[in-house]
Design a protein around this ligand. Structure first.
Ligand code: SIN
Length: 510
């Protein structure tokens, strides 16, 4: 076992679960905010998918995960996810996460898109993320092996003399830069979705982990696969509040301005079609001016305040009463399937560096994540990364110099977010992606290689190199899915090259 502290950067579900499961190893847990703030986990509404009912099984859950992932899911990752699911729910429940139970004691389960069974364990209707996070925060605060440093933001990785990672350079609450050396570091710092003009996650999720890992030589995998949630509440808020997919699971319908259901001609599963299909349909409705609205009046009606309190509050504060009127919706960047390439224990291939949760790419989500598999991913792979670090051979680290990434001024960041939404959004094409890369070059020439620019570059270069449409990646100039499924894998120098290598094969196509 490594005898130096284990560093965990990030305090969403993956980081906190990893910190808890690294015991007895000492953990230094860094979070740029106070615990519970700026973690996408807190905003998750639907719940955690797991095979918990009599008519379900991990094999069915894994099969749905693989089907949703459009040919790019690593079947072993899906198997681990699905098999571990029920145990993780039990463990969270034992910790105090208040999952709902039916009167007979069984789990209360919601149905969400592309699941063949009702299998989403929920908390007070739409409060899953917040309920789970508060149980986790209480547990880490009570854990003797965890030293929590709130307001400490990881800004760069320390290079080790062996070419690996030797810890992090962190900014303290007093704005000092401090080097923290560690034999192992787990990055669990969330997604790139805050780089989009419309997002459902905290604005602060801007691909920092991805950029930090890439600078140290890590491979970034499948960065083009950004998932757009079809039903963000469209009232001009940034970030946009979510109207959980569980509403459609309850029977809420998607209608145009005239009240006509528009998913019926698009897909046999209508509102419960795979998320990318619904997101594109909503996108086209909005773009055409016909509008997109989620009509919950019949399916939920007067029960809204009790059954979906978070959505209800978000609507009411924007002057929309969802019991009486349809909710205006639009797609918003919601989840990054791609990220830092890791094995199934979170190891990045860079000695001492691990990643877990949304910033990692284990291949478990492929091209399109199945609804409510994200919290489960954080649990299963956060735990596995912690166990790998706990059991790692002691590693001597000798840390070299590191500097923080340049900061992108607010107007430049606003421009980047607008460009990401326009050119790397629900529908992309080669010309738009090339424009985006040129804009990233210009911004970088002016302000330096900020983390946000590096992350945006990976998304754009990967999307440009994938000349097909698959899952969350839709190219209007290549609308078909190409035969054979391949991952996109790039290091920083490849992403920076004008013509990135197209689609390096990484294994057998499914
Ligand atoms: C939702 O509640 O619709 C989001 C769940 C998810 O992203 O998996």
């Amino acid at each position: 076992m490594g005898d130096s502290p284990l560093l965990v950067a990030g305090a969403g579900i993956a980081g906190l679960w990893a910190a808890l499961h690294a015991a007895p190893r000492t953990v230094i847990l860094l979070t740029g905010s106070t615990l519970g703030e700026n973690a996408s986990t807190a905003w998750a509404q639907g719940g955690v998918a797991a095979a918990l009912s009599e008519d379900d099984s991990p094999a069915l859950h894994a099969a749905d995960t693989i089907r949703a992932g459009a040919g790019l899911v690593n079947p072993e990752a899906a198997r681990l996810l699905a098999e571990q699911g029920p145990r993780e729910i039990e463990a969270l429940y034992a910790l105090g996460a208040p999952f709902e139970r039916e009167p007979d004691g069984s789990w209360a389960l919601s149905r969400e898109a592309a699941h063949s069974r009702a299998r989403v364990a929920r908390v007070k209707g739409d409060q899953a993320g917040a309920g789970i996070l508060s149980a986790l925060i209480a547990a880490v605060k009570a854990a003797d092996h965890i030293e929590i440093r709130e307001g400490w933001r990881a800004e760069a990785l320390l290079p080790g003399a062996d070419g690996g990672c030797a810890g992090v350079l962190a900014r303290t609450p007093q704005a000092r830069l401090v080097r923290i050396e560690a034999g192992e570091t787990i990055l669990a710092m969330g997604s790139v979705c805050g780089l989009y003009g419309v997002t459902t996650v905290p604005f602060t999720s801007q691909g920092q982990a991805l950029a930090m890992a890439a600078r140290l030589g890590a491979v970034i995998e499948d960065a083009e696969f950004v998932q757009f949630h079809p039903t963000a509440i469209d009232t001009g808020r940034d970030p946009a509040p979510l109207a959980t997919e569980a509403l459609r699971g309850e029977g809420a319908t998607l209608v145009d301005r005239a009240g006509k259901r528009f998913m019926l001609p698009v897909h046999a599963d209508a509102e419960l079609a795979p998320r990318d299909v619904v997101a594109r349909a909503v996108h086209r409705q909005v773009r055409s001016g016909r509008g997109a609205f989620l009509d919950c009046r019949t399916a939920v009606g007067g029960a809204f305040p009790e059954r979906f309190p978070a959505v209800f509050a978000a609507c009411m504060s924007a002057g929309i009463d969802p019991r009486r009127e349809p909710i205006p919706v639009a797609p918003a960047a919601h989840y990054h399937m791609g990220g830092i390439a890791t094995d199934l224990s979170g190891y990045t291939g860079v000695p001492g560096l691990y990643a877990a949760g949304e910033c990692a790419s284990t291949g478990v989500h492929g091209a399109n994540r199945l609804a409510s598999n994200s919290l489960l991913d954080g649990l299963v792979f956060g735990r596995r990364a912690a166990e790998a670090c706990r059991d790692a051979e002691a590693r001597t680290v000798k840390a070299g110099p590191a500097a923080p990434s340049p900061v992108l001024p607010a107007p430049a960041l606003a421009r980047l977010r607008q460009l990401m939404a326009a050119e790397a959004g629900v529908e992309r094409d080669g010309a738009g992606l090339a424009r985006l890369l040129c804009a990233v070059d210009d911004l970088e020439a002016k302000y330096g290689a900020a983390d946000a620019l590096i992350a945006a570059r990976f998304v754009a270069a990967s999307a440009l190199s994938r000349t097909e449409s698959r899952g969350g990646h839709f190219r209007s100039d290549f609308p078909q899915t190409a035969p054979g499924a391949r991952h996109t894998r790039m290091r920083l120098d490849e992403a920076c090259a004008a013509a990135p290598e197209p689609l390096l094969a990484t294994g057998p196509a499914e």
